[in-house]
Design a binder for this molecule. Structure first.
Ligand code: ADE
Length: 223
C-alpha cells in the first residue's frame, strides 16, 4: 500500500512513523508513506496557501489551488482521497479494515480555521476521529495510518487483531495478565492457569461482555 499525506507541517510526523510496527512495515515494504508539503504546489508568488474568508469572519481559509494541483499530480485510478475534518464521518474500526484493503490512500490534512469548501469535491471520503476540534488534520492522519497499517496482512501477527476490541464492532477486549501470578496481593484469575482452553474462551467472552455492558452499553444496544 502507498499512503501520501498532504500537510503543511511534515515535521509534525517526525518520529511517529519511525518507531516500532509502522517503521518495520515500511522496512518490509508493506507500506510506503510519503509526506507531501502542498505549499510546494502553490502558484502564488509569495507561496501563499490560504486567504481571508469571503463574507468576512475570523481566521484564514486554505485555498483550492495548491491542493487541487498536488492531487492532479499524484492521483491515479487506484487512489482513494480522504479529507480529515471534524465534520466528517466518525472513524470506526470497520473503516480501518476497509481502508487497509486499498492500494493508494491520499490523506489531506486541513489546517488553520478551515478550508475552501470546494476541496470536498475532489475527496472520496471525509473522516473525523472524534467530536472535538484539533488544530489540524496531522494528528488524525497519524491515527488513521497507525490503525490501517497494523491491519495490512503480514504487518502484525494475525492473532493479535483477531481479538481486537471493536473487531465485530460491539465488544471491548477481555482483561489480560502476565507474570507474576500474584502482584501486590492481586491474583491472576484461576481459570487462566487451568489450561482448559474451552473454559478460558468462555471466561474471556463473559468478561468482554461484562466490560462492554459496564463501559459501553451503547455498543451492545447497537448490536
Ligand atoms: N481536524 C481537526 N479536528 C479534527 C477531528 N476531530 N477529526 C479529523 N480532522 C480534524
Amino acid at each position: 500500500m502507498k499512503i501520501d499525506i498532504l500537510t503543511l507541517f511534515p515535521n509534525m510526523f517526525n518520529g511517529s512513523f519511525e518507531e516500532s510496527i509502522i517503521k518495520r512495515a515500511q522496512e518490509n515494504k508493506k507500506v510506503e508513506i510519503n509526506l507531501i508539503n502542498f505549499r510546494d504546489y502553490t502558484t502564488d508568488p509569495h507561496n501563499k496557501v490560504d486567504d481571508t474568508p469571503y463574507g468576512g469572519g475570523a481566521g484564514m481559509v486554505l485555498m483550492c489551488q495548491p491542493i487541487f494541483d498536488c492531487i492532479k499530480t499524484i492521483k491515479t485510478e487506484e487512489s482513494k482521497i480522504i479529507l480529515l475534518t471534524p465534520d466528517g464521518i466518525p472513524y470506526k474500526q470497520k473503516m480501518a479494515y476497509d481502508l487497509s484493503e486499498e492500494k493508494h490512500l491520499i490523506i489531506i490534512c486541513g489546517h488553520y480555521e478551515g478550508f475552501d469548501d470546494r476541496i470536498r469535491s475532489i475527496c472520496d471520503l471525509e473522516i473525523s476521529i472524534g467530536d472535538y476540534v484539533l488544530t489540524g488534520g496531522e494528528i488524525p492522519a497519524m491515527v488513521l495510518v497507525d490503525s490501517i497499517v497494523r491491519l495490512i496482512p503480514g504487518v502484525i501477527n494475525e492473532r493479535s487483531h483477531i481479538d481486537d476490541s471493536f473487531k465485530d464492532n460491539y465488544l471491548l477486549d477481555y482483561p489480560s495478565y502476565t507474570k507474576p501470578r500474584v502482584f501486590e496481593g492481586m491474583e491472576v484469575p484461576e481459570i487462566l492457569l487451568s489450561g482448559d482452553h474451552k473454559k478460558i474462551a468462555e471466561y474471556r467472552y463473559t468478561e468482554s461482555l461484562k466490560r462492554t455492558k459496564e463501559r459501553r452499553p451503547d455498543l451492545i444496544d447497537k448490536k
